[in-house]
Ligand binder design. Structure first.
Ligand code: TXA
Ligand code: MG
Length: 301
C-alpha cells in the first residue's frame, strides 16, 4: 500500500485492483506519469482516461455536477459507475489525461484496496484497464501482471474482480444524460433513478470505443448453439456446453460478467480454431456482456 502510494507520488505506474477490472494507475496531474500509461498500453492519445477519486466531494473538486450527476453519484458510488462532466480543475487532471477535452470522466471505485490508495494519495488517479490496448481487460492479479506488470513500479493484489466488466460510463453534459458504455450499473437502474436516457448522441462522445476491442487472438463467434471443429464453446445456463468453459452454469448474468474476460483469456491460451459463445440475454447486465462480446468478435463500429 505505502509502496503503491510512493510510486504514484514519484510519477510511476501502479497495478491497482478495482471491483470492475484491474487498472494501470498514475497521478492524473502529472503528465509525464500519464504519458507512461499511453506508452505501456499502446493506447492512442485521443482516448481519454478515467480519474479515480476517494469520494463524491473529491469528485466535485475536479468536475462540475448538476442535479442528475449528484443523484447518480449518491445512488451508485462507491461503485462501478463513471460520470463524464465538465472539468473544473485542469491542473489536477492533466490535458493528456483528458485527451484535450473540456470534460472529465470521474469514478469512486468500491474496492477496499483502491479506496485505501486514493485516500492516502489524496488527488485524482487515472487508471485505464491494465491490458495492452485492444486486448481483454484483466480481472485477476496474474492477468494484470502478465499484461502490463513490467511497466509498473508497484502492484497490488486485490484478488479476482467481483464485477468483471468495466464501469458503466454516462455523460452528464448540457443537461442531458447519455450512456456511453454499458456496465454493471444497468440502463434500467439509471432510468429508474433519473428518467429516460438521451439516445441522440449515444456513444459518439466516447472517443475510445474502437471496433475490435477486448479481443483475444482466436476468432470469436456469437450466438452459437455448440462449438464447431476445433472451437472452444463458452456456454451459459444449465447443461449448455462443458461446465469447465461455462460463463455461468446456472444462467446468472452477474456470474457470467465476472467470468467473461478470464474465460476468453483461458480459451485463447489453448490456441483453438475459434471461440464460440452461447447467446446471452440482452437485458440488465446482459447489455454490457453483449457489448464486450460484440467488440471481441469485431462487430461494433
Ligand atoms: O471499470 C473501469 O472503468 C476501469 C477501472 C480500472 O476503473 N477503467 C477503465 O478505463 O475501463 P478505460 O480507460 O479502459 O476506459 C475509459 C473509457 C473509455 O471508453 C474512454 O473513451 C471513456 O471512458 N472516457 C474517458 N474520458 C472521457 C470523456 N471526457 N468523454 C467521453 N468518454 C470518456
Ligand atoms: Mg479499457
Amino acid at each position: 500500500m505505502t509502496e503503491a502510494v510512493a510510486a504514484l507520488r514519484a510519477g510511476d505506474l501502479v497495478i491497482l485492483p478495482t471491483e470492475t477490472v484491474y487498472g494501470l494507475a498514475a497521478d492524473a496531474g502529472n503528465s509525464e506519469a500519464v504519458v507512461k500509461i499511453f506508452e505501456a498500453k499502446g493506447r492512442p492519445r485521443f482516448n481519454p482516461l478515467i480519474s479515480h477519486v476517494a469520494d463524491a466531494v473529491a469528485a466535485e473538486r475536479i468536475a462540475v455536477f448538476d442535479d442528475a450527476a449528484r443523484k447518480l453519484a449518491e445512488a451508485f458510488w462507491p461503485g462501478p459507475l463513471t460520470i463524464v462532466a465538465p472539468c473544473r480543475d485542469i491542473v489536477a487532471v492533466s490535458d493528456l489525461a483528458r485527451a484535450g477535452l473540456d470534460s472529465v470522466a470521474v469514478r469512486v471505485p468500491g474496492h477496499a484496496k483502491a479506496r485505501a490508495v486514493l485516500d492516502a494519495f489524496g488527488g485524482p488517479v487515472v487508471a485505464p484497464s491494465a491490458n495492452r490496448s485492444g486486448r481483454p481487460s484483466p480481472t485477476t492479479f496474474a492477468d494484470a501482471v502478465e499484461e502490463t506488470g513490467s511497466f509498473a513500479a508497484a502492484a497490488l493484489d486485490g484478488g479476482p474482480c467481483a464485477v468483471g466488466v468495466e464501469s458503466t460510463v454516462v455523460s452528464v453534459l448540457d443537461g442531458r444524460v447519455s450512456l456511453l458504455r454499458p456496465g454493471s450499473v444497468t440502463r434500467e437502474e439509471i432510468e429508474a433513478l433519473i428518467g429516460p436516457l438521451d439516445g441522440s448522441g449515444e456513444g459518439h462522445r466516447s472517443p475510445g470505443r474502437l471496433t475490435r476491442h477486448y479481443a483475444p487472438s482466436a476468432p470469436v463467434r456469437l450466438g452459437a448453439d455448440a462449438g464447431g471443429e476445433g472451437e472452444i464453446f463458452l456456454g451459459f445456463g444449465p447443461g449448455v456446453g462443458p461446465e469447465r468453459w461455462s460463463l455461468s452454469p446456472t444462467g446468472d448474468l452477474r456470474e457470467a460478467a465476472a467470468n467473461l474476460f478470464r474465460l476468453l483469456r483461458e480459451a485463447d491460451r489453448e490456441t483453438p480454431a475459434g471461440i464460440a459463445v452461447a447467446a446471452i440475454p440482452g437485458v440488465g447486465l446482459g447489455e454490457a456482456i453483449n457489448d464486450r462480446l460484440k467488440r471481441a468478435a469485431g462487430f461494433v463500429g
